[in-house]
Ligand binder design. Structure first.
Ligand code: PEP
Ligand code: MN
Length: 340
């Protein structure tokens, strides 16, 4: 960390800063320039709080040198991490598509959805049993029955199941039902107690970006999971809130290369919640893969007009199939493959 002293800093102020640095087990070195004095603190700088240092008399600015996200950051782990979901790889050279309905509705709908997922050549299935709806009067998801319906459809089709965990009280049931990937939704990205709990389990986690979260907040949220020992984390960009009202959210394509530079973990994109309308899904999906995303989370319903949740944005099984063809071609151009 670099601590810049202000013009009126005295020897006593400098000594005080050096003592604080020493207290935390770091070493301080003073460099006196003609105008300003700068103190370099060497050691584990995460132990030093820049805000606390900035509050000391004589201090103008305290600047961190290393990234605060030590486990998820590429700085410490340059090689891409590949997450393995029951033999299906995500990250590195492997692109993985995940598709299925917004919510689990009925056993038949789940069976038809699984058929559509498989027919398109998609290897992982999504579906929410617990739904975080904006209105308490809207369908809240089929709950535990939904988990059972999903488990059955997943077993019958051989597709691993991806489903959202809303509440820490449901985690044991998720483990009991052997949920293959736990999804943390946009509204829970900074539910730190939930993040800590999923950090302790041995199940891959999709961490969606908070709808108004910065890249740095998102990376720190992942660090909350990683610190518990679970390093199988997949970031999912799902659109952010802006001033624009013509679509549900704005897909932040820029986040893809930026995040991939900052972290070794896979980055996928949810084009469905980003645009909020089915007609945008294929364009946003193509953009995401072209920009380097490691996969997609796409809402597909066997009969979108009858979907109980997010009907506007669900694509049909046929549309998923043709989207897969386009994505396979884009992946090939990039020297990547849509993985088995
Ligand atoms: C979802 O994927 O079902 C969902 C609710 O998404 P988000 O958390 O991105 O709104
Ligand atoms: Mn949805």
């Amino acid at each position: 960390m670099i601590i810049v002293m202000n013009n009126s800093a005295t020897e006593e102020h400098i000594e005080n800063v050096l003592n604080k640095i020493k207290e935390k087990g770091l070493e301080g070195t003073v460099s006196k320039g003609t105008e300003k004095t700068v103190i370099g603190a060497v050691g584990d700088e995460r132990l030093l709080d820049p805000e606390l240092l900035q509050s000391l008399p004589g201090v103008e600015q305290a600047l961190s040198i290393v990234k605060p996200y030590k486990i998820v950051g590429r700085e410490w782990h340059p090689k891409d991490t590949v997450v393995d979901v029951k033999g299906h790889l995500i990250g590195g050279n492997h692109i993985q598509i995940i598709s299925g309905p917004c919510s689990v509705e009925t056993p038949e709908q789940m069976r038809k959805s699984a058929d559509g997922v498989k027919a398109a050549g998609v290897k992982l299935m999504r579906g929410g049993a617990f739904k975080p709806r904006s209105s308490p009067y809207s369908f809240q998801g089929a709950g535990m029955d939904g988990l059972d319906m999903f488990r059955k459809a997943a077993n019958d089709s051989g597709l691993p199941m991806v489903t959202e965990l809303l509440d820490v009280r449901h985690l044991d049931a998720f483990l009991e039902k052997k949920v293959d990937v736990i999804q943390i939704g946009t509204r829970n990205m900074q539910n730190f107690e939930l993040l800590k709990e999923v950090g302790k389990v041995n199940v891959p986690v999709i961490l969606k970006r908070g709808m108004s979260a910065t890249i740095s907040e998102w990376l720190m949220a992942a660090e909350y999971i990683a610190i518990g020992g679970n390093h199988n984390i997949i970031f999912c960009e799902r659109g952010i809130r802006t001033f624009e009202t013509a679509y549900r959210n704005v897909l932040d394509v820029t986040a893809i290369p930026v995040l991939k530079k900052e972290t070794h973990l896979p980055v996928i994109v949810d084009p469905s919640h980003a645009g909020g309308k089915a007609f945008m899904v294929s364009a946003l999906s193509r953009a995401a893969i072209a920009a380097g995303a490691d996969g997609l989370l796409v809402e597909m319903h066997p009969n979108p007009c009858e979907a109980w949740c997010d009907a506007d944005q669900a694509i049909t099984p046929e549309e998923l199939k043709s989207l897969m063809k386009e994505l396979t071609a884009i992946a090939k151009v990039l020297g990547r493959s849509i993985s088995e």
